[in-house]
Design a protein around this ligand. Structure first.
Ligand SMILES: [Zn+2]
Ligand SMILES: [Zn+2]
Length: 135
């Protein structure tokens, strides 16, 4: 895990209409190689900082898409930026790395669904690799 967070974690979409903020510590920080995450983010891999849902605030025109029974994805209705992956059951919301104001403060500790990943994507060797997801 990265260093303890001493300042709020903040971010927002490309057009600036949607912003988010939390003062909570991250639950975990992971990069996912699965096809669904690629589709929804448009990226070759999806890295996110997971934080407690009930301690995270956001504002702006956030739209939601239920991508699986326990997971919904949040995006800006105005510019389309992919912002969140929310698991209400686990009280967790993933903040997309690309929308963080200061992404260099964080670093994934694990990569999941490597078995579904693209062959040319190689993350640092110290980021633990899992063929599938895990809890
Ligand atoms: Zn926007
Ligand atoms: Zn995924």
């Amino acid at each position: 895990m990265s260093e303890p967070v001493t300042e709020p974690v903040t971010g927002g979409c490309l057009c600036g209409a949607c912003t988010y903020s939390t003062e909570a510590q991250p639950l975990n920080i992971r990069a996912c190689h699965c096809r669904m995450c690629r589709k929804v983010t448009g990226g070759a891999v999806y890295a996110r900082v997971s934080v407690p849902l009930d301690k995270t605030d956001w504002k702006g025109p956030v739209g939601w898409y239920q991508s699986s029974p326990e997971l919904r994805r949040g995006f800006c209705k105005q510019c389309g930026a992919s912002l969140f992956s929310e698991r209400a059951k686990d009280n967790a919301i993933g903040l997309t790395f690309g929308t963080l104001d200061h992404p260099e403060r964080f670093r994934p500790e694990a990569q999941i669904w490597r078995s579904s990943g693209l062959s040319w994507i190689e993350l640092s060797e110290d980021i633990t690799c899992h063929d599938q997801g895990y809890v």
